[in-house]
Design a protein around this ligand. Structure first.
Ligand SMILES: [Zn+2]
Length: 75
C-alpha cells in the first residue's frame, strides 16, 4: 500500500507544445534563466532553444522592467 505517499512531483509540461511530462522519464531538457524546462521531444527542445524567451513562462515579479519598445539586447 502506498498510504501516506502522495505524488508530489511538480507539474511539468512541455512549454512548446504544452504536453504534460514526467520529468523522470523525459530526457530532453534545457535550462533557461536558472529554470530547467522539459520537452517531449528533441524537436520541441530545439524550438525552445531557438527562442527561449518566447516559450519560457514568466511567473512572479519580472526581474527586469520592460520599458521602451523593441529594444532588447541582441545576443
Ligand atoms: Zn513537445
Amino acid at each position: 500500500m502506498f498510504s501516506g505517499v502522495k505524488s508530489r512531483s511538480p507539474e511539468t509540461h512541455d512549454p512548446v507544445c504544452g504536453m504534460q511530462l514526467d520529468e523522470k522519464k523525459t530526457t530532453a531538457k534545457s535550462e533557461y534563466n536558472g529554470t530547467i524546462y522539459y520537452f517531449c521531444s528533441p524537436s520541441c527542445k530545439a524550438a525552445f532553444d531557438k527562442e527561449p524567451s518566447k516559450y519560457a513562462q514568466r511567473s512572479g515579479p519580472s526581474d527586469k522592467p520592460k520599458e521602451g519598445s523593441g529594444h532588447e539586447h541582441h545576443h
